[in-house]
Design a binder for this molecule. Structure first.
Ligand SMILES: *Cc1c(COP(=O)(O)O)cnc(C)c1O
Length: 442
């Protein structure tokens, strides 16, 4: 490796030399091409990716900040939102916006409910959030000063309906549900939550960031899919990532609202700026046109048939992996996952020891705390790697140490509440130190 860089090179470096350095820099990166990482990369084949890169290249200098200057980008975004609305049971009144990712979609939705509440005279709005919901809801709570009441999940790892109902008070403006939640791949009881929200006259946001491009197609294919979208009357908004199973380039998601009047509360307007009237629908200013165009092109290129095939392949592979995991003595799935993301744990073996042994064999798997488990996001790209993974997993379990019963019980009692260590170390300080290392490390 070359020495860390801390100032601009005095003269620019030759492109080929830089390409070599770029390739060298990634030697310790996860080998997603070989299907060795079970999260973070959603790949629908090299031909599809090459197509996206070509679309990106054509629009990479355009700026989504101004759809007046670039009406093409306005049109692509409106069409992406319209296609998603149709896919997710919306109608002619459904309104939305493209965003940079699931986090931004969620932040914007929470901000919209907050500002709608404020406009109605509720200065201190609250939302009820299942402990399994994505941390972006807690980020939104912090950033926008909305009180989040976190409710533990039920024994089936889905949002707990009675506890949710109990948590609602006169300040509550929003319930949150996931379709599915990321940790367990379970879909919350959205039909019942929708009834509850409608009866109490409050909103229900369904986070379908990871499910939006799988669940509708599994339903088409005849799989049992719980009601999860705008077809449920109480659902008032949804988030859907294009850059996950939508197989767009990273940096693309959408937020949808049942009606445009809720969306209006998402906007930011400054009429006093010396630079002129300023309006912005989302968090960002400048946005790469290439990402927007590529998201539109991904939907158009794959179409219903393409997504249905990808969903079927992914489902089949996930079923094969689940069966393979169940067949390994000592392993079991966490809950009953509805989709192609899921977690597995062990009552007999130290599952983090298993994870470490997988890492030693070149696999990148995410670890979860409640219960201690290994998490997998399955994509069609894992087809070639799945057999090897199951064999390595069986081998890892065979030599892994026994479960630490005390620790397992502790984490099981803490569903959704991250407990990192019994050593007394402050997990928050450890996370902050990790963030600083990741930002400052050269
Ligand atoms: C990925 C994900 C998010 C956050 O999306 P980002 O694009 O990473 O910001 C939110 N909710 C769920 C369920 C997700 O899977």
């Amino acid at each position: 490796m070359t020495d860390p860089v801390s100032r601009l090179p005095s003269a620019g470096i030759d492109a080929d030399a830089l390409f070599a350095r770029l390739d060298e820099a990634r030697v310790r990166d996860a080998d997603w091409r070989a299907g060795r990482i079970w999260s973070l990369v959603y790949h629908a084949g090299s031909e599809h990716t090459a197509f996206l890169h070509e679309v990106f290249r054509r629009y990479s200098s355009e700026n989504g900040l101004s759809t007046q200057a670039f009406p093409s980008l306005g049109r692509f975004q409106a069409e992406v939102v319209a296609m998603l609305a149709t896919l997710l049971g919306g109608d002619g009144r459904t309104a939305g916006a493209m965003t940079s990712g699931g986090t931004e979609s969620i932040l914007l939705a929470v901000k919209a409910y907050r500002d709608q509440a404020r406009a109605a005279g509720n200065a201190r709005p609250k939302m009820v959030v299942p402990a399994s919901a994505h941390p972006a809801f807690m980020k939104a709570a912090q950033y926008f000063d909305v009180e989040a009441v976190v409710v533990p999940v039920a024994d089936d790892f889905r949002a707990d309906l009675p506890r949710t109902a109990e948590a609602i008070d006169e300040r509550t403006v929003l319930l949150v549900a996931s379709a599915p939640c990321f940790p367990y791949g379970t879909v919350d009881p959205i039909g019942a939550l929708g009834e509850l929200a409608a009866a109490r006259g409050i909103g229900l946001h369904v986070d379908a960031c990871v499910g939006a491009f799988i669940l509708p197609f599994l339903r088409d294919l005849g799989h049992r899919v719980p009601a999860f979208d705008f077809g449920v009357p109480g659902v008032t908004s949804m988030s859907a990532d294009l850059h996950k199973y939508g197989y767009a380039l990273k940096g693309a998601s959408a937020v949808l609202y049942r009606t445009a009047d809720l969306r209006r509360h998402q906007f930011f307007v400054d009429t006093a700026w010396l630079g002129g009237l300023f309006g912005s629908p989302g968090l960002l200013g400048t946005r790469n046109g290439g990402i927007i165009a590529a998201a539109w092109a991904a939907l158009m290129r794959l179409g219903e048939a393409g997504y249905r095939d990808l969903a079927q392949r992914t489902w089949t592979l996930a079923e094969r992996l689940k069966a393979g995991i169940r067949a390994i003595p000592g392993l079991r799935l966490v809950g009953e996952p509805d989709m192609t993301v899921f977690a597995f744990t062990s009552d007999t073996h130290d599952i983090f020891d298993v994870a470490q042994r997988l890492a030693d064999r070149g696999w990148h798997v995410d670890r979860q705390n409640a219960p201690r488990s290994i998490h997998l996001v399955v994509t069609p790209h894992h087809e070639a790697a799945a057999g090897r993974f199951l064999a390595d997993l069986a081998a890892a379990v065979a030599v892994a140490g026994p479960t630490d019963a005390a620790r397992a019980a502790e984490s099981a009692a803490l569903y959704g509440v991250t407990s990192h260590s019994r050593s007394g170390a402050d997990p928050r300080a450890a996370v902050i130190a990790g963030l600083e290392r990741s930002l400052d490390h050269a």
